[in-house]
Design a protein around this ligand. Structure first.
Ligand SMILES: C[S@@+](CC[C@H](N)C(=O)[O-])C[C@H]1O[C@@H](n2cnc3c(N)ncnc32)[C@H](O)[C@@H]1O
Length: 251
């Protein structure tokens, strides 16, 4: 299932690039120019472009050739940033170790049995594993996000009844236990984005769970959400994001 879902992001690379947001600039403020970064699962460069812009030397490994092509195009002005195509699990590590291994909203798609060990092997002793995690949290258009559960309950039978968003303070931190790394440090940012109906549907069509629904259910769901935003929420909604940066030093 994980392998099927993680392949959905590359099905429409242009939409992914158009609809997926980046991250608050503060997430990258500790990445110094010249840092050698291995980025896993770069998508269309949501974290890669700001890192390259700070002068980091980024090697990215991305599962989808189509997403990698968009990312490469956006990195054309940064000769020290390159994107390779492949699954991190199978990708042969280059001989020189990295200062930082980073994954932005991507680490959870890797094989949990090997991801920490291979990330440690890619790093020099004293190097940093940096994991950006994205959560959708309570806030923004709260009434819409409560109402929209009715659409999910109707069109996606896997939806638990009465599901509600958690407050950011109640979202647990994310970091696998591993004796290869020192204790993780966590920083968090909450921020909001406004979406028109069309922009929000575009975003939903980048989510693996929505893409994997049978087409008639997905179309019914999107039509119901579209009606809800247009008819009961004035054609615009606000989504609140929680971005977490977890960092830990390789022993
Ligand atoms: C949710 S997207 C995040 C993309 C981008 N980093 C971002 O911040 O929006 C997950 C990305 O990880 C990639 N991916 C999934 N499994 C992977 C693997 N085993 N090796 C490399 N990339 C992988 C997907 O193709 C996708 O681009």
């Amino acid at each position: 299932m994980r392998e099927r879902l993680r392949a959905t992001f590359g099905e429409d690379a242009e939409r992914y690039d158009r609809a997926r947001p980046g991250y608050p600039a503060a997430v990258f403020e500790d990445f110094a120019a010249g840092t050698r970064v291995l980025e896993i699962g770069c998508g269309t460069g949501q974290a890669t472009v700001p890192l390259a812009g700070r002068g980091c030397a980024v090697t990215a490994v991305e599962l989808s050739a189509d997403l990698a092509a968009v990312a490469s195009g956006k990195l054309a002005d940064f000769p020290s940033a390159t994107v390779e195509i492949g699954a991190f699990e199978d990708w042969p590590l280059p001989p020189g170790p990295f200062d930082v291994v980073l994954a932005a909203t991507a680490f959870h798609w890797l094989d949990p049995a090997t991801r920490m060990v291979k990330a440690a092997e890619a790093l020099r002793v004293g190097g940093t594993l940096a994991l950006i995690t994205t959560h959708h949290v309570a806030g923004g258009s709260e009434r819409f996000f409560a109402d929209v559960q009715r659409c999910y309950e109707r069109f996606d039978p896997a939806t638990p009844p009465g599901l509600r968003l958690s407050a950011a303070a109640d979202v647990p931190t994310t970091f696998d236990e591993s004796d290869r790394f020192g204790p993780p440090r966590f920083r968090r940012w909450e921020w909001e984005l406004d979406y028109s109906t069309a922009e929000y549907l575009d975003l939903l069509l980048t989510y693996s769970g929505h893409r994997a629904l049978p087409p008639e259910r997905r179309e019914g769901l999107l039509a119901a959400i579209s009606r809800l935003i247009d008819e009961e929420h004035g054609g615009r909604i606000t989504k609140r994001y929680l971005t977490e940066l977890a960092t830990a030093v390789r022993r």
